[in-house]
Design a protein around this ligand. Structure first.
Ligand SMILES: Cc1cc2nc3c(=O)[nH]c(=O)nc-3n(C[C@H](O)[C@H](O)[C@H](O)COP(=O)(O)OP(=O)(O)OC[C@H]3O[C@@H](n4cnc5c(N)ncnc54)[C@H](O)[C@@H]3O)c2cc1C
Length: 213
């Protein structure tokens, strides 16, 4: 494909075998991994970064999304540490959920510390019951996936109201596959701190962009 470079880059015509549309995280990653083909990454905005950009207006800096990257994949962690050694700070996640006039550690579905005993009971009983439900194939939608995965108590007291607020739509309209991968799933043989101890269990490590870097 041939295209014309912007005036500040010479303005002349170039031929490229590999052209990547969009300089967000996906396009930049594709460009990095296809470097041997000398790809051109074409971005329609004046700066790369896509949703991860920030812009300044009237003296205030606005981030287009949250600048926290939740990294699970070992290769991605290593890649980011290698190509952007000073750009990120690692943080231990210290999040909590305020519910029923108390705080319980994140993630709700693996803790429930401090909640009223009746709520804890409904969450634990519902979770155990859900382990014995023989789901018929893949859940049809995110709503059904929540009920099948966490049971009726966790669904009622946290997962459904929280996610309806977060996604601002009927959870039956969202496929489970779209969101389930990012949700922490407690296994029964792992230590659930249901009302007894305040512990931090899953997904306790996140990376955030170094705003000073
Ligand atoms: C509110 C919100 C909060 C989020 N919070 C987090 C978070 O905390 N942690 C996390 O890991 N992820 C978060 N995400 C998700 C993450 O930001 C995105 O998954 C990621 O940035 C998407 O990257 P992308 O390259 O796929 O798309 P984008 O970032 O959308 O990039 C697409 C790029 O393509 C360009 N483009 C589009 N069309 C053309 C065209 N025709 N020609 C040239 N260029 C074009 C656009 O201008 C843009 O720069 C959040 C997302 C949202 C919306």
């Amino acid at each position: 494909m041939s295209f014309r470079l912007p005036p500040d880059e010479g303005g002349h015509e170039v031929m490229k075998k590999v052209v990547i549309l969009g300089g967000g995280l996906a396009g930049l990653s594709a460009g990095h991994h296809l470097a041997e083909h000398e790809p051109a990454v074409i971005e329609r905005e004046s700066a790369i970064g896509g949703l991860c950009r920030s812009f300044t207006q009237d003296g205030f800096t606005f981030d287009c999304t949250g600048h926290l990257i939740h990294l699970k994949n070992a290769y991605t962690k290593e890649l980011i540490a290698r190509i952007l050694p000073d750009a990120f700070h690692a943080h231990e996640r210290l999040a909590a959920i305020y519910s029923k006039s108390t705080t319980t550690p994140y993630p709700f579905q693996a803790n429930t510390y401090g909640l009223p005993p009746q709520v804890i009971k409904e969450c634990v009983v519902g979770f155990v019951e859900s382990m014995h439900v023989n789901g018929n194939g893949e859940p049809k939608n995110f709503h059904d996936w929540v009920l099948l995965t966490f049971g009726s108590g966790i669904a009622k007291h946290f997962m459904l109201p929280y996610n309806e607020k977060f996604w601002k739509q009927d959870l039956r309209a969202i496929t489970a596959r779209r969101v389930a991968a990012s949700i922490v799933f407690p296994r029964p043989w792992q230590n659930r701190s249901s009302g007894c101890t305040r512990t931090r269990l899953w997904n306790t490590s996140i990376q955030s962009r170094n705003m000073s870097g």
